[in-house]
Design a protein around this ligand. Structure first.
Ligand code: BF8
Length: 657
């Protein structure tokens, strides 16, 4: 029997109203029976602060905190005189700074690991994808011909370190940005120098009494966010591919049914792939497998959650158990023998849920301890020391399982691992690998445009619902969807990551999917892998026929259930790269202010993209499709789309022309 350690929820809610995920629903029912509280309960009992939700408060100094009124935003100013626009721009900027810091620090950890591997100080990892190493090196002007892997890799890590430490100039991956987009950035003076400098300057500028013009603050927000997307995140993706392999499509099971009652179940939840890679070695270590069998298990079952889970799913076909809003719920199965975490999106609430079910919750990263969890430090120089110990703890927990286990019997098989490189190959084959067929299909109207649908799940909205409804609307309207992060898992659970799902697509997209044998929804990995979408967009520009900058493309982005500051940084770098980006749930801004106008209109007039907001996925789809159509019209390819509706003689005429 579970010992009831948590407070009974005061305000009950209908479980079917908070998630469409059947497995999570089943576990929330059980949690209720067991008297266990989760973030769904806490959200129901914690009204979001209405002033904070609209970013109308400032707590940057001790003369406040100051509260302005969203009903009358210009009715008063803060004690220092800060206007609503300054306050909102500063708050927004700090979200960008934190989100960018999270991604760039992750990327820097990957460069640290890469450097130690290249210099022979770490031997447990090695360069797995030499082809990718050469391609990345060439993309930023490093010579590869007649040079050893070590020489190329040495030049590459030294060059990529500039992404972080450089104080003047442009970050290395600025070389990958389409010329016209880069030109716009240069004109606006927002090309990132180095991530450390940009984040530091943004924090400085948002201090009391420094930058007090919302436009100027937002410029530095863009520069910092770009240091994330084209810097830290892109480095994280590229180095991880070089070290651990570039993903190619693989059939994987997703959902809580990937747990196995007769196995030792090890869950890894977090963001950096190195600990997970080491865990993959530990769970296959013969002595540990033997120990698991001696404990009465059939074997050790390794499962991922959230973003490192999405990476391992794409690279190695490791099953994935669920996204952010399912991390507490899965512990309620009683079948998790250890949950091992590293950094980012790890709810502190996991401690009490894990405690209720006797599951060890292990933190491993020096940057992320949690009070009440067990810490076993992970060290890249001796990685298995930590991961072996974690597996031993899991085996012990399996041996001493005392409570009834209930695993939702739901598994959804889908195809994941669509790296930018694979899309290139998939569309053109090994002899003609290129994005030309994609561009051609956009120009001829079979594919109306491309949408990146990404980001979190959030208890303020029914889990997975907005992701699923939005994506269904988009593909129905012939919009090809690229996905990462928790959103990808939402759609995988709904069965949309299979080629068979193309029956839900419009006739044009369906035809392309059926010809190529691909799903209408392409899963590209974790949140740092949004950088793959940037590279895909650049490639579409380079191939030609769709304008000269990313802002010209019939491409859009969305995070319909976002919750984290990382999501805001991602949104801002997509916008600054030229993409119309729509967020759901809530937006931290007061409407009818100058800052609102800048984000939702002004940035586009400067040649960048712009923000959009709607809590309704159908409305969101409408806005995104309208934007795609606007871009098609500007490119003069709107007629091509109408052609799909023309009769045979019209077709013959156009074909002849
Ligand atoms: O980086 S999508 S909830 S897990 S922040 Fe977090 Fe959001 Fe999930 Fe990964 Ni991204």
């Amino acid at each position: 029997m579970v010992e009831k350690k948590t407070v009974k929820t005061e305000k009950e809610f209908e479980i079917k109203d908070v998630t469409i995920c059947d497995a999570t629903q089943q576990m929330l029912e059980k949690a209720r029976r067991d008297g266990v509280e989760t973030a769904f309960d806490r959200a129901a009992n914690m009204k979001a602060c209405p002033i904070g939700a609209e970013s109308a408060c400032c707590k940057h100094c001790a003369m406040g905190p100051c509260r302005l009124s969203s009903k009358d935003p210009y009715g008063k100013v803060g004690v220092c005189g800060a206007t609503i626009d300054t306050i909102q721009a500063r708050n927004f900027a700090r979200m960008v700074a934190t989100g960018a810091a999270a991604h760039t620090d992750h990327g820097m950890a990957m460069v640290d690991l890469f450097r130690e591997v290249v210099n022979g100080h770490i031997t447990e990892y090695r360069i797995k994808d030499v082809g990718k190493l050469e391609a990345v090196a060439q993309s930023i002007g490093i010579a590869t011909e007649n040079r050893s892997v070590k020489e190329i890799a040495t030049d590459l890590y030294k060059e990529l370190e500039r992404t972080y430490t450089q104080v003047e100039g442009e970050i290395p991956f600025a070389k990958r940005v389409p010329e016209k987009t880069l030109e716009t950035w240069r004109k606006l003076d927002i090309v990132p120098r180095g991530a450390m400098r940009e984040i530091m300057e943004l924090m400085h500028r948002t201090h009391i009494g420094v930058d007090q013009h919302y436009e100027n603050i937002t410029k530095q927000s863009s520069r910092t966010a770009l240091a994330d997307g084209w810097g830290g995140s892109m480095v994280a993706t590229e180095i991880s591919d070089i070290l651990f392999g570039t993903p190619t499509p693989v059939a994987v099971d997703v959902n809580m049914g990937v747990l196995k009652e007769d196995h030792v179940n090890v869950i890894i939840h977090g963001h950096e792939p190195n600990m997970f890679e080491s865990m993959l070695v530990s769970v296959n270590e013969p002595t540990l497998v033997q120990a698991a069998k001696e404990a009465g298990a059939q074997g050790i079952n390794l499962v991922g959650m959230c973003c490192s889970g999405a990476e391992m799913m794409s690279r190695h076909g490791v099953p994935h158990a669920g996204n952010f809003m399912s991390t507490e719920a899965i512990l309620v199965t009683g079948a998790v023998d250890v949950m091992c975490v590293d950094i980012q999106c790890i709810k502190q609430g996991l401690v009490s849920v894990a405690d209720c079910y006797g599951t060890p919750l292990i933190t491993t990263n020096t940057r992320a301890h949690i009070e009440g969890a067990t810490h076993i430090e992970f060290n890249d120089h001796d990685p298995q020391k930590c991961t072996d110990e974690v597996v031993i703890k899991a085996i012990n927990r399996f041996k001493n399982r005392s409570m009834a286990i209930e695993i939702p019997n739901i598994r959804n098989t889908g195809i994941h691992g669509f790296s930018h490189e694979y899309i290139n190959y998939m569309l053109g084959g090994s002899f003609r690998g290129s994005y030309t067929p994609l561009n051609e299909n956009i120009i001829n109207g079979r594919i109306r445009g491309v949408a990146g649908v990404v980001g979190c799940t959030n208890p303020r909205i029914k889990q997975d619902w907005a992701h699923v409804e939005l994506v269904k609307e988009l593909i129905k309207n012939d919009v090809l969807v690229l996905q990462t992060g928790c959103s990808q898992i939402s759609l995988a659970k709904e069965g949309l990551c299979t080629p068979e799902a193309s029956y839900l697509a419009g006739p044009g997209l369906r035809e392309v999917c059926e010809t190529v044998g691909m799903p209408p929804v392409l899963g590209m990995g974790s949140c740092v892998d949004n950088s793959r979408i940037l590279i895909a967009a650049s490639e579409m520009v380079r191939v030609g026929g769709l304008g000269t900058s990313i802002a010209d493309l019939p491409a859009v982005g969305a995070a319909p259930e976002w919750m984290s500051e990382k999501a805001i940084s991602i949104g801002q770098y997509f916008v600054a790269s030229g993409v119309f980006t729509v967020f759901g749930v809530t937006f931290p801004i007061v409407k009818e202010t100058k800052f609102h106008k800048l984000l939702f209109e002004g940035l586009e007039q400067q040649g960048l993209g712009k923000w959009g907001f709607s809590a309704d996925p159908y409305e969101m789809a409408k806005m995104m499709i309208a934007h795609i159509d606007k871009k098609r019209k500007a490119l003069g390819i709107d007629k091509a789309r109408e052609r799909v509706l023309m009769d045979m003689s019209d077709r013959r005429e156009i074909e002849a022309a």
